[in-house]
Design a protein around this ligand. Structure first.
Ligand code: NAD
Length: 242
């Protein structure tokens, strides 16, 4: 197996499921009992701003009741202890459990519950309280704040940086993501085409399983700590074939 230096990790809602945050139910199109069009599109926000603020307020409040699980801690440990190259973490999640587990420099491509942004001046501000249509921007004073979340139809954040990371990794690990939300669903195809070794961690094969060299199936809170232990011990992937 090729030598591994740079590791790129993509996480999705599945990594936070064991912490008690529900995954997105793509078959029913419902997210926490709401239609995705109502709470995760700009059109939905225009139709009913108070409802959308309240939807994300509830999720933000819930972050104070949840804790990282062993999968989040395993990734923080990998980043701290891997000495052969870089470890970069991209998440589609809007929760803060990677940070709570000790991961630094997490790339939140779909935004963060703990931030809100101003539609008037573009400021992005840290925010741990409720927000509403009356919340004023701390920078420009306008009451034009929105959740700092990438909704369907909007362009994810940090795509230029992500593109560089996808080109520069030797091992790509995709964890707890269904592979149906784009552009993240394309990442595995790209790293595979560029010669990286791809591994997915999921309960079952994802929609993009064909782009992975290996699938490790089971709860990430169990499979990931075991995998990280072996990887740190051997510094290669030969243990997968034993
Ligand atoms: P998804 O909900 O579409 O898919 C979750 C995947 O995780 C599934 O393939 C499922 O089989 C797998 N899974 C569930 N429990 C698991 C476990 N214990 N171990 C391993 N895998 C497990 O998630 P997605 O692909 O991230 O796309 C959903 C979108 O919704 C994302 O854009 C994300 O921003 C958003 N979302 C975020 C959160 C969060 O921040 N925690 C929660 C729900 C949805």
């Amino acid at each position: 197996m090729k030598e591994i230096r740079n590791i790129l990790i993509l996480t999705g809602a599945g990594i936070s499921a064991e912490s008690g945050i529900p995954v997105f139910r793509s078959e029913t199109g419902l997210w926490e009992q709401h239609r995705v069009e109502d709470v995760a599109t700009y059109e939905g926000f225009m139709r009913n701003r108070p409802l959308v603020h309240e939807f994300y307020n509830r999720m933000r409040r819930n972050l104070f009741n949840v804790r990282p699980n062993p999968a989040h801690f395993a990734l923080a440990r990998l980043a701290n202890e891997w000495k052969k190259g870089s470890v970069c973490l991209i998440t589609q999640n809007i929760d803060n459990l990677h940070e709570a587990a000790g991961s630094g420099n997490v790339i939140h491509m779909h935004g963060e519950l703990m931030r809100i942004s101003c539609e008037s001046c573009g400021a992005v501000v840290d925010w741990d309280k409720d927000s509403s249509v009356d919340t004023r921007c701390p920078k420009c004073g306008e009451a034009a704040m929105r959740p700092h979340i990438v909704w369907f139809g909007e362009i994810p954040y940090h795509m230029e940086h992500i593109d560089e990371l996808l080109r520069d990794c030797d091992l790509f690990m995709s964890i707890g993501t269904s592979g149906v939300v784009y552009p993240a669903a394309n990442f595995a195809r790209m790293t595979h085409a560029l010669g990286a070794y791809n591994i997915e961690f999921n309960l079952e094969k994802s929609a993009t399983a064909g782009s992975f060299d290996r699938g490790i199936y089971g709860k990430a809170g169990t499979t990931l700590p075991e995998f990280v232990d072996s990887l740190l011990k051997t510094e290669n992937l030969d243990f997968l074939d034993r």
